[in-house]
Ligand binder design. Structure first.
Ligand code: AMP
Length: 300
């Protein structure tokens, strides 16, 4: 099939294309991905298509966000399938540079984001978010978008990117799209490919834990440790799961007070190992401003 969508591999070429689109009075959206696309990625492309005239999907497995012991080499890749899926979802361009294009031999710059990166994924994966910030900054400068779409699935990453855009003055609107899930609640992820069929079914327990803790909050629970206990209790019903973290925190700052305040937005954050696969998920929940009957869910 002859593709309408163009595949670009050079930074100078995608910069020129983006500049021309904007010169013609149109807007550019970008969806950064590491490829091996699934419906979660495609929902971001569709969202970008609704927000802008031309969409660039980037495919780049970024070495600087993987630690040496992580799965950079094994990370699933399928370029042709990704191109077909992205085009069907409405992408106008694929930007898929070689590693040497993004990180030539004389590359010496880094970005260091503090505070929010010290917890959760940042604590488990030191330097991960600095690598994310670096590649996202480079992809922004390569694609020159008006709008960039990211998934809530990687909630901490969205905070990092908002900080990056604010602190380095990127004139880009950041849009966060909801997490796409399998029928059993498992958040879609390229890494789900590593799960056995049996573990894929069992991994629905992660969503169940988020639901159980959310219900406790809607019933009036405000004590952080007790909310955390709800997450742990449900996860522990599956003995083969190893919990990396399962915690509640303020959704904007990741502060962890003893008690949350009425009206506060809470992030429920989970990372677990199931078999050899590390899975992350999260939910955003608002502490009810007033406990009344409408906060009670289905007689729980
Ligand atoms: P990745 O290829 O894993 O780096 O992800 C690329 C983008 O897709 C990031 O903004 C992710 O947050 C987003 N994403 C990943 N999984 C999902 C999902 N299940 N639903 C929505 N967005 C997702």
């Amino acid at each position: 099939m002859v593709s309408k969508m163009e595949i670009i591999t050079k930074i100078a070429d995608i910069q020129y294309i983006s500049q021309q689109i904007k010169k013609n009075g149109n807007t550019v959206g970008v969806v950064p991905t590491m490829g091996y696309l699934h419906k979660g990625h495609l929902s971001l492309i569709e969202k970008a298509k609704n927000e802008t005239d031309k969409v660039i999907t980037t495919l780049f497995v970024n070495p600087t966000q993987f630690a040496p012991n992580e799965d950079f080499d094994a990370y699933p890749r399928d370029f042709e399938r990704d191109c077909n899926l992205a085009e069907d979802a409405g992408s106008d361009f694929i930007f898929a540079p070689e590693t040497s294009e993004m990180y030539p031999k004389n590359f010496i710059t880094s970005i260091n984001i503090k505070g929010i990166t010290s917890k959760f994924e940042g604590a488990s994966r030191p330097n991960h978010f600095n690598g994310v910030a670096l590649i996202v900054a480079k992809l922004f400068n390569a694609t020159l978008p008006d709008v960039a779409v990211f998934g809530q699935k990687d909630l901490q990453q969205t905070l990092v990117i908002k900080a990056l855009v604010r602190d380095l003055n990127f004139p880009i609107k950041i849009v966060i799209a909801p997490t796409m899930r399998e029928a059993n609640g498992l958040a879609m992820s390229s890494r789900n490919k590593y799960l056995s069929e049996e573990n894929r079914k069992k991994a629905g327990i992660i969503f169940k834990a988020l639901e159980d803790a959310s219900h406790a909050i809607y019933r009036g629970e405000i004590e952080r440790k007790r909310i955390n206990a709800f997450l742990h209790k449900t996860l522990r019903t599956l003995p083969e799961i190893q919990i990396d973290y399962a915690c509640a925190a303020d959704a904007d700052t990741f502060a962890e007070p003893e008690e949350f305040l009425p009206g506060e937005n809470i992030a429920l954050m989970i990372a677990v190992h199931l078999g050899k696969t590390r899975l992350i998920d999260n939910a955003l929940v608002k502490i009810p401003s007033q406990l009344n009957d409408s906060n009670f869910i289905e007689g729980i």
